[in-house]
Design a protein around this ligand. Structure first.
Ligand code: FES
Length: 174
């Protein structure tokens, strides 16, 4: 072609010719500064005592307090027995177990494998998921057998005026 120097790889038809390298560098600097300022902000917020709580809350990792809900009168739940209830919403199925005279534990009982309902088996003193033979430690909610890998979310309970109340849900970091 006339007028073209075919030995020069950077001629006018090369698609990199229109990049303004100085402009590109200043954009890079601006982007880097923004990232730096953002990271400093997150660090500043997370390093304050309330900031840690706020950051955890934003990430959904803090324990969450709900309006207290009465589950049962103490006299109506013998030692060793369990009772199903819902907390915090009517869609969140949970189970309360009276382990000893003054010891109660409660967990949301949707299996952490595929959400089948988990039951308390008194004779075996274990929480069992019938779907794929999953089992959970009643003291901690941790999985002990089968496919589940995450613990059951614990519902913190309190005894007040001879009744058991659900007060909050303990969350676990992934
Ligand atoms: S759903 Fe519970 S073990 Fe699979």
């Amino acid at each position: 072609m006339a007028g073209r120097n075919n030995n020069n790889p950077f001629d006018q038809d090369n698609y990199t010719h229109n990049i303004d390298r100085n402009n590109e560098r200043s954009l890079d600097r601006r982007g880097f500064m923004k990232t730096l300022v953002g990271a400093a902000g997150v660090f500043a917020v997370a390093s304050l005592p309330w900031g840690t709580l706020a950051a955890k809350e934003l990430m959904g990792l803090s324990d969450k307090e709900y309006p207290h809900k009465k589950i049962v009168d103490v006299k109506n739940l013998p030692v060793g027995e369990s009772l199903e209830f819902h907390f915090p919403s009517e869609h969140d199925s949970a189970v309360l177990i009276r382990l000893e005279e003054n010891k109660y534990v409660a967990y949301q009982n949707a299996c952490t494998h595929l959400r089948c309902p988990v039951y308390w088996v008194k004779e075996e003193r274990e929480m069992v998921c019938p779907c794929h033979h999953g089992k959970f430690d009643v003291q901690t909610g941790a999985p002990t057998a089968g496919p589940p890998r995450r613990p059951l979310p614990e519902v913190i309970v309190e005894v007040k005026d001879e009744a058991v109340y659900a007060v909050r849900v303990k969350r676990y970091e992934a």
